[in-house]
Design a protein around this ligand. Structure first.
Ligand code: ZN
Length: 422
């Protein structure tokens, strides 16, 4: 089938050939989601549509270590210079942060003498929860506009990219850290081994590196292909995390399953000098992944077939609704929504507009497919017949908040893993 996708433009990116976890490894593409625009570069006006950049988006498996990854790497300055995801806007994440800080403070018995550094600290939402426990905090956030928001809220924040060299530099300026946190950032860096080495260098001898990443098992089981975007270079299994940690001089001592971003794992890693082995429970998780085929190409080829079927089903549904004269809108303008809309070729003829709660997104447009992003209140004001929940990881929260829309006869479409109307 032919889809109304724009042509790929050349741009500031390079293609990586070696596996990010094991260094060697055979990288085999199992699904092609591109070309895709930059998911977090939301046009401010239709005048910007013509100059949008599109890049390839093939997803690859390392057949040696099982790391799923992209090989097309976009210049971080281009990706993150005007980043619009602000964590503080979600109730779900706010509740998650309260529990996160409590867990870590209790685990390490943190006191006012201890320093917690968070890399990719965004607007400081999580660090502010550590501050309520009296712990010292430092944020590291490359997006200058978002770092400024954190500083205004009283969270000391350095605006730079974190890498192998940054760990010792921050240790020199602020002292060693008891905890280095990096949530949804390890997957975003082109050199995750260097990133973890930098984090380890910043740690006190008995400190922990704690990082949350979306879990590959959920990605595969729930067909979460829309969580692929250019910022998101790796899709981690526990097996691949173990390889990474070892190369950075760390052992994984604990893994928690956490229900954010479609199912994530939180890895707790300690210096190998103190913990020479990964914990038995962690090794058991890796063994289960192997037994379930989560690191083998055939499983990912089946995933690719299912992804293609979902595209056909969603397009068929929206095309039928259009033929019946129904109105269709979206809810949310998350990066994942952009991937799905562009991969499925859902332009404004099939979904006219979307809404979002973030004031940073309202007034802008979805990259590539160009739906205008309206305030969330417009859903009730306009009452479309159907609303596709693009931010499906917040589906429960959204449907609760929009109960009135549903009560008036509006219907929600949950698009993944296969479109469902509710
Ligand atoms: Zn590998």
């Amino acid at each position: 089938m032919s889809l109304p996708l724009p042509a790929t433009a050349a741009g500031p990116h390079h293609v990586r050939r070696d596996c990010r976890a094991c260094g060697g490894g055979r990288l085999t593409q199992f699904v092609d989601l591109g070309p895709q625009p930059l998911a977090n570069s939301l046009p401010r006006s239709p005048a910007e549509f013509a100059t949008e950049l599109f890049f390839p988006m093939g997803v690859y498996l390392c057949e040696d270590c099982g790391l799923v990854q992209l090989v097309d790497v976009i210049d971080p300055e281009l990706l993150f210079r005007d980043y619009v995801y602000v964590t503080g806007t979600s109730d779900t994440i706010a509740a998650h942060n309260v529990g996160y800080a409590r867990t870590v403070v209790q685990l390490l018995a943190l006191t006012g003498k201890d320093l917690v550094v968070e890399v990719a600290s965004n607007d400081g939402s999580l660090l502010s929860r550590f501050q309520t426990h009296g712990v010292r905090t430092l944020g590291v956030e490359p997006a200058r506009n978002i770092a400024a928001i954190a500083r205004a809220a009283g969270i000391e924040t350095i605006s730079e990219f974190f890498n192998e060299a940054a760990g010792p530099a921050i240790r020199a300026s602020h002292g060693p850290a008891k905890v280095v946190i990096g949530n949804n950032v390890l997957a975003h860096v082109d050199e995750p081994v260097g990133f973890l080495r930098g984090a380890a260098a910043l740690l006190e001898e008995d400190g922990l590196v704690i990082t949350e990443v979306p879990y590959l098992r959920e990605f595969v089981d729930r067909l979460e292909y829309d969580t692929v975007y250019h910022e998101h270079l790796c899709y981690f299994s526990v097996s691949a995390l173990m390889r990474l940690a070892e190369r950075a001089g760390l052992s994984i001592i604990r893994v928690d399953h956490v229900p954010v971003h479609g199912g994530s794992i939180r890895m707790y890693a300690a210096k190998r000098a103190r913990h020479p082995q990964h914990a038995p429970a962690v090794q058991a998780l890796a063994a289960a992944e192997l037994a379930d085929g989560l690191t083998t190409l055939s499983r990912f080829q089946r995933f690719a077939t299912d992804v293609s079927r979902q595209r056909e089903a969603l397009r068929a549904l929206l095309t039928r609704l259009k033929a019946e004269g129904r109105t269709v809108a979206g809810y949310g303008a998350p990066a994942k929504g952009n991937t799905q809309l562009n991969y499925c070729g859902i332009t404004t003829d099939l979904m006219a507009w979307t809404v979002d709660k973030s004031p940073h997104k309202v007034g802008r447009y979805i990259p590539g497919t160009h739906q205008p992003i309206l305030p969330a209140a417009e859903l009730l004001a306009r009452q479309p017949d159907y609303t596709v929940i693009l931010a499906w990881n917040f589906a429960e929260e959204i449907m609760r908040q929009q109960a009135e829309y549903h009560a008036r006869g509006g219907k929600f479409i949950l698009p993944l893993p296969a479109p469902v109307i509710c």
